[in-house]
Design a protein around this ligand. Sequence first.
Ligand code: ATP
Ligand code: MG
Length: 369
Amino acid sequence: MRIDELALRHYRNYEELHLTFDDRVNVIIGENAQGKTNLMEAIYVLAFSKSHRTPRDKELIKWDEEYAKIKGAVHKRNRRLPMEIVVSKKGKKAKLNHLEQKRLSDYIGALNVVMFAPEDLNLVKGNPQVRRRFIDMEIGQIQPTYIYHLGQYQKVLKQRNSLLKDMQRNRHAQPDRTMLHILTEQLVEHAAVITSKRFTFMQLLRNWATPIHEGISRGLERLEIGYQATADVSEDMDLSKMIEVYTNKFQDIENKEIERGTSLSGPHRDDLVLYVNGKDVQTYGSQGQQRTTALSLKLAEIELIKSEVGEYPILLLDDVLSELDDHRQSHLLHTIQGKVQTFVSTTSVDGIEHETLKQADLFYVTEGK
Ligand code: ATP
Ligand code: MG
């Protein structure tokens, strides 16, 4: 798939912008703080209805304006698909084919995007939240029902946590636990679905990431990906078995949860563990190994989306080429060559020799123009 046109209004530092893109590589060139990331972010928001940089939609609206609008003409399965996101102070509207989509799970997934930015190194180094977000975004864009379950899970989790807080405060009064059990039952149902979808995703991710990593490291490194769950769930379990395991787990930790005033098990506490040659790369990996691992995961994502959705996603490379050494840079550019529509941002094209970039369309940005 590709994006042929993009129009912005009142988006970040862009007053008004209309661009048409090359179907292969587009290079966005500009000094610092001119609007390169903003442009990449706009494509990301068009796909996910959310920024990768901020949870607060309002920040996307140009200062002193009332709303921000992003329109894109996406080309998918040989058809033109108009997409639109409008963020205003009152809320957000998403349109697909000119029709408003009330549920975001009906919108997300229409446009598949993989973004690779310097902060993606945090995928390896950062806290578990970063890795959970990675898993959730990736499954979500392949399987919109996942977003539904995740949303429901978070809703119940919030209620359950606030109940547990109350019970923590009143724990000496021996409060009735009926409500807690009702919420636990609901939580467990979504937890099981989410976990089983994550397991399926992990298998696919491994299948792609391990050989890719081997390629980048010239056969020297073997990447393994594990899933660290907070309950004794495993990949071979069916849904009802998982529900049983979670139910027992919550029974076991009930007193502890009341004591702590929060939910202590479930997908919101799980993590991804990455090993290179048998060692946890978060703890023991060198900077370069962590970089290679992050790159392998991103490249795996591209192939995974292709295999699941049938078309390659759009790739956004924000400021990362300069972060990679020549070998990794050319491995990356070689992989995407000719098959993935790519947006690359950089402060300068000097010194970039690769063939892929020589044939690209160049866009120069200054002060949001
Ligand atoms: P760098 O090379 O440093 O990464 P960049 O070209 O990627 O720079 P952007 O992150 O796109 O820069 O930001 C460009 C400018 O947009 C910033 O100077 C910022 O002040 C401005 N900006 C951010 N949000 C808004 C907004 N809501 N309204 C107006 N301007 C904004
Ligand atoms: Mg930037």
